[in-house]
Design a protein around this ligand. Structure first.
Ligand code: ADP
Ligand code: MG
Length: 348
C-alpha cells in the first residue's frame, strides 16, 4: 500500500478506537486466515463472580473455607482471585493474614496462616452436594445483548453457630486440579463429579485444600460478551478460522466453545504454550492474528503476524501488540481486518 493509503487506514482506525502501531501491521491484517483468541477477558467480560461453593469436610465450615480462599487470593492479581475476595468482602467476612505466599502461573496459589484463626460456623455445611451460594447470571451468548442480572445472594445460615479454631502455620492451597495433584492432594469422587458439573456449566472450578486434605470447591463464572458472539459469526462468513486458547479447565473451555460455535479450542495451556501454539500455526503456513488482554498473552501477541491487545489490557499486552483495540469489543478486530483489506484494494 502507498504511504497515503496507510495514513488514511490508520486514521480511520484511530477514529474508531483501533490504534494501529505500524503500517506493516495494517498491511499484514488483510492476509489473516486464522484468529487465535484468549478466553478470559477477551471473549468473556473478565468480570468474574463466585456463583457456587461446596464444602466437603464436615469439620471445616464453608465460611471458613471461603475466608481462607479470600485470604490467599487477596495476594494474587488474577481475575479469579478478585472474584473470591469480592465475595468475602460483600458478606463482611474477616479475611485472615497469610504468610509465605506463592503463586504458580496457570496453576494456583498457596500460603500459610500467620496467626490462629477462629472461624465462626455460620453457614450450613451439607457435605458433597452443599451449595451455599447460588446466583446464576443471565446468559448473553445468544447475542441478544441482555444485561447480566444482579446476582441474587443466598446463604443458608444455620443458627447456634459454633466456632472452629484453625492453628497458625496451617498451609492452604487454591487452584486447579493439576495444582492439587502436584501438591499430593487427592479428591473424593463426589468432588470430582461436582467440579465437572460446574465446568460443564461454563464455570471455572477453584479447588481449596489444606496440606494433605481437600476442603471444597468454588465455582467462578464469567459472561460471554454479546459482541464476541457477533465477531465470531463475521469471521465465520469471511472464512477465517477461529481458535480459542485458554489456561482454563478443558470442560469449562468446551462449554464456552459450544455456546459460541468456535471450531477449535486449546485448553489448559500454560502461558509459555500460548506462544508455541501461535508459532506452530505460523509454521503450518497460516497468517495468524492473536487477540488477548493478559500478561500471559504477551509472548503470543508478539509471536503472531498481528498481535491485538484488547480493552483495558495490561501494559505488557499493549506493549507486545501491533494493534490496540481500545473498546474491549472483538468486532473492532474484524473492523481492523476489513480496513486493511479496503486500504490495499484501494491502491490497486
Ligand atoms: P487464562 O488463559 O484463562 O487467562 P491462566 O493461565 O491465567 O488462564 O490460569 C489458568 C488456570 O490456573 C485458571 O483457570 C485457574 O484454574 C488456575 N489459576 C491461576 N491463577 C489462579 C489463582 N490466583 N487462584 C486460583 N486458581 C488460579
Ligand atoms: Mg485473558
Amino acid at each position: 500500500a502507498t504511504p497515503v493509503a496507510i495514513m488514511v487506514g490508520t486514521g480511520v482506525g484511530a477514529s474508531n478506537g483501533i490504534l494501529i502501531k505500524t503500517g506493516e501491521a495494517l498491511q499484514q491484517a488483510k492476509e489473516i486466515d486464522t484468529v487465535v483468541l484468549d478466553k478470559t477477558g477477551t471473549i468473556t467480560s473478565g468480570k468474574l463472580k463466585v456463583e457456587e461453593a461446596g464444602g466437603y469436610q464436615s469439620d471445616f465450615p464453608m465460611d471458613a473455607m471461603m475466608q481462607i480462599a479470600a485470604a490467599l487470593e487477596k495476594k494474587s492479581e488474577h481475575p479469579l482471585a478478585e472474584a473470591v475476595v469480592e465475595w468475602a468482602e460483600q458478606f463482611g467476612l474477616a479475611i485472615p493474614e497469610i504468610v509465605d505466599f506463592k503463586a504458580t502461573f496457570g496453576r494456583g496459589v498457596e500460603g500459610t496462616l500467620a496467626a490462629e484463626f477462629r472461624a465462626v460456623e455460620s453457614v450450613k455445611n451439607d457435605g458433597p452436594t452443599a451449595v451455599f451460594y447460588a446466583g446464576k447470571q443471565n446468559d448473553t451468548t445468544d447475542g441478544s445483548g441482555k444485561t447480566t442480572e444482579q446476582n441474587q445472594m443466598a446463604r443458608n445460615t444455620v443458627s447456634g453457630a459454633s466456632s472452629v479454631i484453625i492453628p497458625a502455620g496451617t498451609k492452604f492451597y487454591v487452584g486447579n486440579l493439576a495444582f492439587l495433584q502436584e501438591n499430593h492432594i487427592t479428591l473424593p469422587e463426589e468432588a470430582t463429579e461436582g467440579l465437572n458439573r460446574m465446568a460443564d456449566e461454563g464455570m471455572t472450578p477453584l479447588l481449596v485444600a489444606q496440606e494433605g486434605r481437600f476442603l471444597g470447591v468454588i465455582g467462578v463464572a464469567d459472561t460471554v460478551k454479546a459482541t464476541s458472539y457477533e465477531a465470531i459469526r463475521v469471521w465465520e462468513k469471511m472464512g477465517v478460522k477461529v481458535i480459542m486458547l485458554t489456561g482454563d479447565n478443558r470442560r469449562t473451555a468446551e462449554a464456552v466453545r459450544q455456546k459460541l460455535g468456535i471450531s477449535e479450542v486449546v485448553a489448559e495451556v500454560l502461558p509459555q504454550d500460548k506462544e508455541k501454539k501461535v508459532s506452530e500455526l505460523k509454521r503450518q503456513g497460516h497468517k495468524v492474528a492473536m487477540i488477548g488482554d493478559g500478561i500471559n498473552d504477551a509472548p503470543a501477541l508478539a509471536a503472531a503476524d498481528v498481535g491485538m491487545a484488547i480493552g483495558a489490557g495490561t501494559d505488557v499486552a499493549m506493549e507486545s501488540a501491533d494493534i490496540i483495540l481500545m473498546k474491549n469489543d472483538l468486532r473492532d478486530a474484524v473492523t481492523a481486518m476489513k480496513l486493511s483489506r479496503s486500504v490495499i484494494r484501494n491502491i490497486k
